[in-house]
Design a protein around this ligand. Structure first.
Ligand code: GLU
Length: 424
């Protein structure tokens, strides 16, 4: 099953539950525009190499298309269509006035020098530049792209169209129009959601264990925040594998070590919460990490990690989806039957795009907020979204994913009806 088909399945399921007008379901099942580009990059050895990139503009009913750009060898059009659709749904879950889009380039950035990465980033953005703009379509970071790449994008756009058009991308460096709190926003938003869930269910973070799959931007900040709040982080992993310590892992030290050595499995000595118990550390595979007996499993790597093949082996009580699409619809059913609550991507990781929205607002106003202001506003939006989803969950007696969809689709329905589906 393709990822885009999975997305449509999720939409259709919720649409049926809430009796959504079938015309609206149909309207939201088609990306409005699909862009594919091929562009040359001069490599350091003097040879030219062709690359393929995509930008899918799913829907702009609520506002400009919005969503990240990923650089990854496995990027394909189907994946980008799914991710773009989730952005439309996600922005509506948190009620921000933005639509949905997503982009990607088929490339393994780890194989590029920094100069090649810059040339590739600029070339891709030039290739899509006539389709983006501060009020049209606003890209942002995603898997293996970062503030530096966003700075190259913004600079390339400005070179072509003149003026400082900072609002053409978000997730920029602080020194170049970025927002305080954007780098940690995805994880921060997810933690606010988990916190609200924990309060609602009368749980105590200090008695809860956590395993984190994926130690990139979202996963590493997520692990740090959860450890700060008193959760015991017992396992973390990256694409090469993971480390596990029942006594708890020192997340900050592990992160410093990963930056030095390249992978968490090289960090056995750093992973003990206290120097005397690092002997208890062991390496585990990503598959083993998913099946650990923990309270919270944080999924912050790629899509399709929990499928019908391993869902019945999951022992966690709560799954927090910081990544997009890590649990398939088939797995969802198995997890629901097992009584595992999946806090879904379109709610949990919406903090990233929410602070992107704040960045746009700050760029437009040319007035910048303190980190506290960003966090306070983010918290309010995430907590309100969680509560609205929780209400939908009770109303429809469904899981959190379906409730997030009904909440989102309900809002979209209101906006679409206000204007009418046909725009001309
Ligand atoms: N790539 C992030 C996401 O999947 C952020 C998108 C944005 O900030 O526009 O939500």
């Amino acid at each position: 099953m393709s990822l885009f088909e999975n997305t449509l399945k999720q939409i259709n399921k919720a649409a049926k539950t809430m009796n959504l007008n079938p015309e609206i379901t149909d309207y939201l099942s088609h990306p409005q525009r699909i862009i594919q580009v091929a562009f040359p990059v001069r490599m350091d050895n003097g040879n030219m190499k062709m690359f393929t990139g995509f930008r899918v503009q799913h829907n702009n009913h609520a506002g400009p298309y919005k969503g990240g750009i990923r650089f990854h060898p496995q990027v394909d059009m189907d994946e980008v269509k799914a991710l773009a659709t989730w952005m439309t749904i996600k922005c509506s879950v948190v009620g921000i006035p933005l639509g949905g889009g997503k982009g990607g380039v088929i490339v393994d950035p780890k194989e590029l020098s920094i100069n090649e990465l810059e040339r590739l980033s600029r070339a891709y953005f030039r290739a899509i530049s006539e389709f983006v703009g501060p009020h049209i379509d606003v890209p942002a970071p995603d898997v293996y792209t970062n503030p530096q790449v966003m700075a190259w994008f913004a600079d390339e756009y400005t070179k072509k169209y003149g003026n400082r058009k900072l609002g053409v991308v978000t997730g920029k460096p602080l020194e170049y129009g970025g927002s305080k709190g954007r780098a940690s926003a995805t994880a921060q938003g997810g933690v606010y959601v988990l916190d609200e869930y924990v309060k609602e269910h009368g749980l105590n973070p200090k008695e809860m264990t956590v395993a984190v799959q994926g130690f990139g931007n979202a996963g590493s900040f997520g692990a740090i925040f959860l450890a700060e709040m008193g959760y015991k982080v017992v396992a973390v992993s990256d694409s090469k594998g993971g480390i596990y310590n029942t006594d708890g892992i020192n997340v900050e030290d592990t992160l410093t070590c990963k930056h030095e050595k390249g992978s968490v499995i090289e960090c056995m000595k750093e992973c003990g919460m206290h120097k005397e118990n690092y002997e208890n550390c062991k390496t585990i595979t990503n598959e083993e990490l998913l099946e650990l007996d923990v309270d919270v499993l944080v999924l912050s790597a790629l899509e399709n990690q929990v499928t019908e093949k391993n869902a019945d082996k999951i022992k966690a009580k709560i799954i927090l989806e910081l990544a997009n699409g890590p649990v398939t619809p088939e797995a969802d059913e198995i997890l629901e039957a097992k009584g595992i609550d999946v806090l879904p991507d379109i709610l949990v990781n919406a903090g990233g795009v929410t602070v992107s929205y704040f960045e746009l607002v700050q760029n437009e106003a040319n007035y910048y907020w303190t980190e506290e202001e960003v966090k306070d506003r983010l918290k309010k939006i995430m907590v309100d979204a969680y509560r609205a989803v929780s209400t939908h969950k009770k109303k429809h007696s469904c899981d959190y994913r379906e409730a997030s969809y009904t909440n989102s689709l309900h809002r979209l329905e209101g906006m679409i009806n206000a204007k009418g589906i046909t725009s001309n």
